[in-house]
Design a protein around this ligand. Structure first.
Ligand code: ZN
Length: 335
């Protein structure tokens, strides 16, 4: 898209979002909200007190999330993942199924009390990263490293520098470390995290733990004990399962399933693929590992539509108002 077209599209989007907000204030969207039909599985990641777009676009303020819950309660049916798959709901209203990915400690801290207070079912997709001995996922580590780490560093024979947008770029491949690492298993990521240990101050990290700290096993156990919670897998290391060798992907899924079943003492039969990434082979591996609920983001292959075990999800947008989020959730797309 050229610059003029981009500016036009942005302006149109701004107007349209503003227009929807005015309509909502005047109560003109009420009918639409209350009488829509359809279903949507929504993806959240983390909650924080404020400054939610400080590191990336996967966080919402606690207050905003609570506003979403109030809205859902007023206008939608809210169902568990199990009920979604069994089609166990009334079609009189729009139906929503809430999921949280990545297993952040902030889910335990903020979502668990709200979920219990509002009596709303939520599914949490959690990795095995604590079992691997880490308290942070690679992608969150990279966000912290890019903000607080040095201007350049060398890992093995590869040199990286930070560009003007605080993104590490590989000098060898002239591509971002974030993008390059999507194709890697965990060894290289673990190596870079070790290299950075003395470079990232603990105070910096701890002050901002809502943005990265993973739930402990004790917290996962407590969370799972809530009658409103369902626990599902999200890979073992949070690797892109479509890009690592398929045997490794299969092993990661089996290990993470066993890990979570040990903690919760419940059968875990759902998996959300990290980054929404999968291949036909990954689907086969997931099913043979015992998963019968496979969660993607967008479908990647035409045959996916015919597979009842595989379902799409819709990610929330942290930059728009509650009203606009709800209209987008009903429509299944952003403007
Ligand atoms: Zn994830």
């Amino acid at each position: 898209m050229n610059l003029i077209k981009r500016i036009r599209a942005k302006t149109r989007q701004k107007w349209s979002y503003g227009y929807n907000d005015i309509r909502s204030v005047l109560g003109m969207n009420e009918k639409r909200f209350h009488h829509s039909q359809g279903t949507r599985i929504v993806i959240y990641h983390g909650l924080c007190r404020d400054d939610h777009t400080r590191f990336n676009s996967i966080f919402l303020r606690v207050k905003t999330f609570e506003d979403h819950l109030k809205f859902y309660k007023k206008h939608f049916n809210i169902i568990s993942l199990e009920d979604y798959y069994l089609r166990r709901f009334n079609n009189d209203r729009f139906t929503i199924c809430i999921t949280f990915d990545d297993g952040f400690a902030n889910n335990y801290k903020y979502v668990l009390p709200l979920m219990n207070e509002y009596g709303i079912p939520v599914t949490f997709f959690i990795t095995g990263i604590r079992d691997a001995g880490y308290d942070i996922l690679w992608n969150d580590f990279l966000c912290l490293a890019q903000k607080y780490g040095p201007g350049k560093f060398r890992f093995l024979d590869e040199e990286f520098y930070k560009d003007g947008h605080e993104v590490y770029i590989s000098k060898t491949y002239n591509r971002s470390l974030k993008e390059l690492s999507r194709g890697d298993g965990f060894d290289k990521k673990a190596g870079i995290m070790k290299l950075f240990e003395p470079l990232l101050s603990r105070e910096n990290k701890m002050q901002e733990e809502d943005y990265w700290l993973q739930m402990t096993e004790e917290q996962i156990k407590d969370l799972s004990a809530s009658p409103f919670a369902t626990i599902g897998c999200h890979g073992y290391y949070h690797n892109d399962l479509s890009r690592i060798p398929v045997n490794d992907a299969g092993n990661e899924m089996i290990r993470s399933k066993q890990y979570l079943e040990n903690i919760t003492q419940k059968e875990i039969n759902s998996i959300a693929f990290p980054y929404g990434a999968y291949s036909r082979e990954v689907i086969v591996e997931a099913k043979s590992a015992g998963f019968n609920k496979l969660l993607a983001t967008d479908f990647l292959f035409p045959e996916d539509y015919a597979d009842p075990m595989l379902q799409e999800r819709f990610a929330v947008n942290p930059y728009i108002s509650v009203n606009n989020q709800m209209l987008a959730t009903i429509n299944g797309k952003y403007q």
